[in-house]
Ligand binder design. Structure first.
Ligand code: DGL
Length: 277
């Protein structure tokens, strides 16, 4: 592994861009490769074995393209696959997990809310953290089906999004929740819509910045950080709706092309053969 390689980042879709954005801001000299597996999005309701298989192939694609570190910018994929990915590949992996611990430390009412997918709540990572924090706070878990497809469709603030969010958040408001953990990387795109409902009652915890700090520390510790004069290349790949991803990137003021990837016989491949030049 060399310091010249890119950082690989992947998610089921565009959600991981909320993490990518923080990494790009904190580490402007680092090249990145982002993969959105929109062919299989959402991951949330899928069996863990299936998500682990997708995650393995995406990681293989990233490793074959010289990634020096891989960020699983997806709570659901981290729950299903982080442990096995670390066994299978030499590259260091950074995963995501709902920020229950900081929420449990910060709560004044003793009630914290977690919005996440079914897969994330099922995973050992969440179960373990929830158990350790159970004495400090009551955890209100809310699976939030429907939000990921709305984000993928770019509907961050429409009436349908507002209605879904009210359905999930009003019971938390009634239960005096004062810390809201966003346990899915798609949800930070909905923060303005969430705040319209929660007002000042809740602090919203988005883990993206902490993940970027962790990536920075890991690169420094392993002497993998790009030199300060490096000129970063930022590449984006979609295994599904590349057009929707282009629209979102331009909304985020990121000028970049999005290349299409394809699943062929369980492998993730580019249209053109061979590794990224
Ligand atoms: N963004 C993802 C997460 O953090 C995936 C959601 C999904 O595909 O269901 O969990």
């Amino acid at each position: 592994m060399s310091d010249a390689g890119p950082i690989g980042v992947f998610d089921s879709g565009v959600g991981g861009l909320t993490v990518w954005q923080e990494i790009a801001a904190r580490l402007p000299h680092e090249s990145t490769i982002y993969v959105a597996d929109q062919a299989h999005c959402p991951y949330g309701p899928r069996p863990a074995g299936e998500i682990a298989a997708f995650s393995t192939e995406i990681s293989r694609f990233l490793v074959e393209n010289r990634c020096k570190l891989i960020v699983v910018a997806c709570n659901t994929a981290s729950a299903a696959a982080l442990y096995s990915l670390r066994q299978k590949f030499n590259a260091p992996f950074v995963g995501l997990e709902p920020a229950v611990k900081p929420a449990a430390q910060a709560t004044k009412t003793g009630h914290i809310g977690v919005l996440a997918t079914a897969g994330t709540f099922r995973g050992a990572l969440f179960q373990h953290t929830a158990q350790t924090c159970a004495r400090r706070a009551t955890i209100h878990r809310q699976i939030a089906p429907g939000l990921v497809p709305l984000v993928e469709a770019g509907q961050f603030d429409g009436p349908q999004t507002g209605q879904r969010l009210r359905q999930y958040l009003e019971p938390m408001l009634a239960a005096q929740v004062d810390q809201l953990v966003l346990g899915c990387t798609h949800y930070p795109f909905l923060i303005p819509a969430i705040e319209k409902i929660t007002g000042h009652q809740m602090t919203i915890l988005n883990p993206a910045e902490a993940v970027a700090r962790r990536v920075q520390r890991l690169l420094q510790n392993r002497q993998l950080a790009a030199p300060p004069h490096a000129r970063p290349a930022r590449r984006f790949y979609s295994a599904g709706d590349a057009a929707a991803m282009r629209v979102l990137l331009s909304k985020m003021k990121v000028a970049a092309e999005v290349e299409r990837l394809f699943w062929r016989a369980g492998r993730l491949v580019r249209q053109k053969d061979g590794p990224i030049p």
